[in-house]
Ligand binder design. Structure first.
Ligand code: GDP
Ligand code: IMO
Ligand code: MG
Length: 420
């Protein structure tokens, strides 16, 4: 068997969590491969809204097996809070969740370092979620990191203290106040919670599953435009959010990748700083935010909103080898008379549908206007009932990017999904 990969093709928050929940019944195993609690993946069913941060979004389906892969950075405090909340709605994660020993731990001082570094950057801040993502990945690539497997070692406390002291020395460079003790208590309780789950050599487990013919879906976090190598650097996250990240983040050879499902919002959003060519800092952007409830699932920050950007989509499809698309939030565009889709950029007077090296440079989007459908989509369950204007919008996207759309999402609930 091959592993299928589901990931975001824009700046995150495309609706990945919902789609993973929709698709989980088709899979035996759901595995997160990168990122950490900077992610906020929203699922809605039976009038319950749930947001996953560290934990794969397959956990709410009975019979599913979920894995936190080695490419993930795990915050014990947020992890414990998540499992407690899930327990409160009657789901026992014990038999459903395993954690790779090679996943790295976000330490209290990583979070403090993230906050101190962002504060010191002033107006040029990245707009980080302040979850300690960048300092944790820095320690990973700097070969200093603390891993989940270390909690099984008798030297764990010694390793923790050693790295904490190092961080405290770095923190002296910053004029930044913090209270480490208060956060440490909860952190150690979180470590106990991690201990109570199955800690595994994930790379062996996942390859064995595929050999046994089990179906596996890899769940991406963030989006391609936040990828550390290919996103709008430096306004990115610190991991490879692209499909290749599933190989390194789970321990899979490239030829094991099967379907690559790219999730795309019918318009664009971004939270945090950085370039955003189709951003609408006007009434249109405000309307997209209001109708789409565009507020961060992790931080609550208002998301920046704009039109769909096809050069971004083509770039993401190329980098990920996307085989099919899911379009989410098409119901939000019902509220507009006319829609715009960016088909190319004008850069120094020249038209191009490629992203320039420096996306910060003046990039003027060229738009195609299309009529909206002006029809409530949220109760539609069959392709045949979709308005012709929406079908035209979808066909236009498919033709431009050369990849079929297999699902259209028409609302946040798991039932609000149309197979094309
Ligand atoms: P993720 O990070 O990619 O999982 O996405 P988020 O959960 O951060 O943001 C997506 C938001 O849109 C959440 O509030 C979802 O409940 C919501 N959502 C997902 N699909 C749809 C849809 O088709 N229509 C509407 N109106 N909301 C949706
Ligand atoms: P999901 O998985 C949207 C953004 C932050 C910031 C930049 C770096 O829910 O789609 P970090 O905390 O990683 O150092 O922040 O990346 N960011 C996200 N934006 N969705 C996410 O995850 C994000 N995770 C990080 O806002 O601009
Ligand atoms: Mg999100």
């Amino acid at each position: 068997m091959k592993i299928d990969v589901l990931l975001g093709l824009q700046w995150g928050d495309e609706g990945k969590g919902k789609l993973v929940d929709v698709l989980t019944p088709e899979y035996d195993v759901i595995a997160r491969f990168q990122g950490g609690p900077n992610a906020g993946h929203t699922l809605e069913f039976n009038n319950i809204k749930h947001i996953t941060h560290n934990i794969p979004s397959g956990v709410f389906r009975e019979g599913s097996i979920n894995m936190i892969g080695n490419g993930v950075v795990l915050d014990p405090v947020i992890f414990k809070k998540e499992i407690d909340e899930i327990k409160a709605i009657g789901v026992d994660l014990g038999p459903r969740l395993m954690i790779s020993r090679k996943a790295h731990l976000i330490m209290p001082t990583h979070r403090i370092l993230d906050a101190a570094s962002e504060a010191a950057k002033g107006i040029s801040k990245i707009g980080s979620t302040l979850k300690g993502i960048s300092p944790t990945y820095m320690d990973k690539t700097g070969r200093n990191g603390l891993r989940v497997g270390d909690i099984e070692s008798p030297d764990f406390r010694k390793k923790y203290d050693f790295l904490t002291k190092k961080h405290l020395r770095i923190l002296k460079q910053y004029d930044f106040k913090f209270d480490l003790k208060e956060y440490e208590q909860g952190w150690m309780e979180g470590i106990d919670a991690i201990h109570s789950f199955r800690l595994v050599n994930g790379e062996y487990i996942i390859n064995r599953y595929l050999q046994e013919g089990k179906s596996v879906l890899a769940e991406g976090a963030q989006g391609t435009m936040l990828d550390i190598d290919f996103g709008s650097y430096p306004y990115v996250t610190s991991s490879n959010t692209i499909c290749a990240g599933a190989c390194t983040g789970l321990g899979l050879a490239p030829q094991k990748i099967g379907r690559v499902i790219g999730v795309v919002k019918a318009y664009s959003t971004r939270v945090g700083s950085g370039p955003f060519p189709t951003e609408q800092e006007n009434e249109t952007g405000k309307a997209l935010r209001d109708f789409g409830s565009e507020y961060g699932a992790t931080t609550g920050r208002p998301r920046r909103c704009g039109w769909l950007d096809l050069p971004v989509l083509k770039y993401s499809i190329m980098l990920n080898g996307v085989t099919e698309l899911t379009i989410t939030k098409s119901d939000v565009l019902t509220h507009f008379d006319t829609l715009k889709v960016c088909t190319a950029y004008k850069i120094n007077g020249e038209l191009s549908d490629e992203l320039p090296y420096d996306i910060h440079a003046p990039v003027e989007p060229v738009y195609k206007e299309m009529p909206s459908w002006k029809k409530d989509l949220t109760g539609i369950t069959k392709k045949e009932d979709l308005p012709s204007e929406l079908l035209d919008y979808l066909t236009f996207i498919e033709k431009e990017v050369g990849v079929p759309i297999t699902f259209v999402s028409v609302g946040p609930d798991r039932e609000q999904i149309i197979k094309m």
